[in-house]
Design a protein around this ligand. Structure first.
Ligand code: HEC
Length: 240
């Protein structure tokens, strides 16, 4: 008889604990608690990131390095809407000729997994996206080498030629990272201390960002910028 009573008491205690936990999690639910915080982000900052100036610049020097200041379309030709992919902010491009109208011809280099040729990464096993190619993308790729990583995956060294709007490009990648770092400080240090970029590896950051970009209510464009910034300044990257 005694054991029955103690069992009932234990069940009661467990039930109570569960209710307490539930109430507790409602109180600390982060998104709701910091909603007022999000609304306070100055709109001028968002606009200045979304709308760079459109002044006509001279053609870049041959083989000069250029970097998109925001996600930009990778076109198959100097004119027309034939898009072969998207290039994220901060990816390294090399000018390959004079500008024609608003677009400049560029070459993009990197590595793709043989099993997923539409994504071009910075290095073997280093998943910093340099381009996301669309359906027409693969026909613009040139392969120049191949390597197998320690996990047995085959990586192809690729370069892709295309055209980019010159107004989306800057000659100094630090301009891009300065903008990204400011956004990171504004939006990622409200709920907890800012995590240093070097706390995680380049391959770990995208998983963190999947959840945190949502927490910080970043637009896809802002999420891409912060992701590239954290990856290029990660633990396993040299100083850039
Ligand atoms: C609305 C509040 C909130 C905002 C804004 C926020 N975080 Fe977090 N973050 C959390 C909470 C809560 C945790 C701990 C629980 C968890 O890991 O989900 C956390 C944990 C983390 C961690 C530790 C993860 C780990 O595995 O150790 C990192 C890194 C991080 N956040 C980065 C960011 C970045 C980058 C941003 C900006 C894009 C950001 N956070 C914005 C609430 C927030």
């Amino acid at each position: 008889m005694l054991w029955r009573r103690s069992l009932r008491r234990r069940r009661y205690r467990l039930g109570l604990a569960a209710r307490k936990r539930k109430r507790g999690s409602e109180i600390v639910e982060p998104a709701r608690r910091y909603q007022h915080h999000r609304a306070a982000v100055p709109i001028a900052v968002i606009l200045s990131i979304a709308a760079p100036s459109r002044s006509q610049e001279p053609s870049p020097k041959p083989s000069a390095k250029l970097y998109p200041s925001r996600s930009t379309s990778f076109y198959g030709a100097a004119r027309g809407g034939r898009v072969i992919g998207t290039i994220p902010p901060g990816a390294e491009l090399q000018a390959s000729g004079p500008a024609q109208g608003p677009r400049v011809p560029v070459q993009l280099s990197g590595w793709s997994l043989e099993s997923a040729p539409s994504l071009v990464f910075a290095a073997v096993g280093r998943r910093i996206v340099q381009a996301e190619l669309g359906l027409r993308g693969p026909s613009h790729r040139r392969l120049s080498g191949q390597q197998t990583d320690p996990y047995g995956s085959v990586w192809q060294q690729v370069s892709v030629d295309g055209w980019v709007d010159q107004s989306d490009l800057v000659p100094d990648v630090n301009q891009v990272w300065k903008q990204a770092g400011a956004l990171y400080q504004q939006r990622c240090g409200g709920c907890h201390a800012l995590h240093p970029p070097a706390e995680f590896t380049a391959n770990q950051w995208p998983n963190v960002l999947k959840i945190m970009a949502h927490n910080a209510a970043l637009t896809p464009e802002q999420a891409a910028l912060v992701t590239q910034y954290l990856q290029t300044h990660a633990k396993d990257q040299g100083p850039m």
